[in-house]
Design a protein around this ligand. Structure first.
Ligand code: SF4
Length: 530
């Protein structure tokens, strides 16, 4: 065989002898071996649910286990890769209809929850002053016996005094309660109604804005099939509720379906930066912009008369009269958005079908959030875009049934859970809880909290800190947190919960147009004694 011409990395022509060629052949063989292993490793990136897989980094065999995320409340579907009993990587589950194989950055790093070096691995009993940071390790048996004794004391007193209201001295407060009803069943078994959620510092304005118009508390847009989207204050591409599934569908709609995206937000969010048109109104003026658009749509006859007739309890004339003061010029004064743009966008929205608005969770968190949400919602109603392909759709939620028979609720309402100060409130007003206890309007004997850190996250957090430090107001505080937090460090007893990657929960979230039920299953065994 004659010598071959070759080119080195500097581009110089060289000569290759037969001996060199044989050496090169061996090198190519080795490279092919590497390539073959590389292919296997690449295959490892494809998720074969429930099967073995190969780590792309170490080449070791690893197991892929489907799970349901809980780093936030969206409940995306993920796949955990477990190597030698340790989670090494999380990815989105390709088979989840709404997640479609993608997790957000927080979801991808969720396994750090399991291996957090500050994780509490055993029950702790306070030994110093409250908040002093002095603890004694105790067993789970000791911890649960102590809690049971404290609960028993309240129940015995309620029985001896024949007063069911005493049972409400047992309080359970949570931030994120995804226990499939276990907390409610536990409290109902104890006879207490003092179950307190965090909704009023979260999304009750959204709920109130929508529940009184169409029933459900959120919208689920058919982004992928729409032609026109008005975003009011939501940063859906980065952080909004149901961000992961919605962001994917929004991109499908804008890029794949050539939908126009108009965004109103007080700042240049990632979503506004992606929009065809972005406006920066004064905070809390989204509602008046929506009312002005509705004013234009109704006065110019661009509404869907049949939808208004068939699905609402108002007439076109009533709507026109109601919207009369909300001219685009008035909205410009309030918001700074030019009246001519409000008019043009209103016309485009009403005449481009299908179309939808999205507002989760921008305006709801400003003043008069419930009214702003209702005004934005109305744009979809008067243009007949509700529950249409490419429109503004009902959320597809599903419920896991509770085990039967259900425990009856406690006999006496709790003033902490249903404040008499707000008799018409359809959601709890938890921000008043510390004040009511401090004013003596509610007595607490045992306070339990789960996924909750009001001493850090609530408005007037110093008031919550004052409450938790006062042993006269809260004589016995139990935290189920797996980590020390500003609130947990003020507990008397810590019974650490497992993380979301170590436990079972039934789940269902309306995170897209496909209704789905899912199960959170342990990816690894709970660490330590948890
Ligand atoms: S958006 Fe999805 S992946 Fe991200 S934290 Fe929430 S549930 Fe997990």
């Amino acid at each position: 065989m004659s010598d071959l011409a070759t080119r080195n990395t500097e581009g110089d022509i060289g000569r290759l002898s037969r001996r060199d060629f044989i050496k090169l052949g061996a090198a190519v063989g080795a490279a092919a071996g590497t390539l073959s292993l590389g292919s296997r490793r690449l295959m490892a990136m494809e998720q074969k649910l429930g099967s073995d897989d190969i780590s792309a980094v170490t080449g070791a065999q690893r197991q892929s286990v489907p799970y349901t995320c809980l780093v936030c409340n969206i409940e995306d579907g993920g796949v955990a890769f477990v190597e030698n009993g340790r989670i090494v990587k999380l990815e989105g589950n390709m088979d989840h209809p709404n997640t479609r194989g993608k997790l957000c950055a927080k979801g991808n790093s969720g396994f750090l929850h399991v291996y957090d070096p500050d994780r509490i691995m055993t029950p702790l009993l306070r030994t110093g002053k409250r908040g002093e940071g002095k603890w004694k390790r105790i067993s789970y048996d000791e911890a649960t016996s102590l809690l049971a004794k404290k609960l028993r004391e309240v129940i015995d007193r309620a029985q001896s005094e024949s007063d069911d209201a005493i049972l409400n001295e047992i309080v359970f407060k949570w931030g994120r309660n995804r226990t499939g009803g276990a907390v409610h069943r536990f409290m109902q078994a104890l006879g207490s109604n003092a179950m307190i959620n965090h909704t009023n510092i979260c999304e009750s304005s959204k709920k109130v804005g929508l529940e009184h118009s169409w029933g459900p508390d959120i919208e689920s847009c058919d982004w992928a099939n729409t032609k026109y989207i008005i975003n009011f204050g939501s940063n859906v591409l980065e952080t909004a509720y149901f961000m992961n599934p919605n962001a994917q569908r929004l991109v499908d709609g804008v890029v794949g379906n050539k939908a126009k995206l108009v965004s109103f937000d007080v700042r240049l969010s990632n979503t506004s930066a992606f929009a065809d048109e972005a406006y920066f109104p004064y905070p809390g003026t989204d509602g008046v912009i929506a009312l002005a658009m509705a004013h234009v749509i109704m006065n110019e006859g661009l509404y869907d008369a049949a939808f208004i007739r068939d699905w609402t309890n108002v007439t076109v004339e009533q709507l026109i009269a109601h919207l009369k003061p909300y001219t685009p010029e008035f909205a410009e004064q309030e918001s700074t958005v030019p009246a001519r743009d409000i008019r043009r966008i209103a016309r485009e929205f009403a005449t481009t079908k299908p179309a939808t608005t999205f507002s989760y969770r921008g305006p709801a968190k400003h003043v008069y959030g419930a009214y702003q949400e209702a005004a934005i919602h109305m744009l979809n109603v008067i243009t007949g875009n509700v529950e249409k392909k490419g429109g503004y759709c009902l959320p597809r939620g599903m419920d896991w049934p509770q085990p039967q028979p259900e425990q009856p609720r406690g006999k006496t309402p709790s003033v902490l859970a249903a404040s008499p100060l707000y008799p018409l409130a359809s959601h709890q007003v938890s921000t008043h809880v510390p004040y009511m206890i401090m004013k003596g309007e509610a007595k607490v004997s045992v306070w339990m909290h789960l996924y909750d850190n009001p001493v850090y996250t609530y408005p007037s957090s110093h008031v919550w800190a004052h409450l938790f430090k006062d042993e006269g107001l809260l004589p016995f505080v139990v935290s189920f947190s797996p980590y020390i937090s500003e609130t947990t460090e003020l507990a008397d007893l810590i019974i650490p919960d497992v993380t979301y990657l170590e436990r079972h929960d039934p789940e269902s979230m309306p995170s897209g147009l496909y209704p789905c039920l899912s199960i959170r299953q342990p990816v690894v065994k709970p660490l330590g004694g948890t």
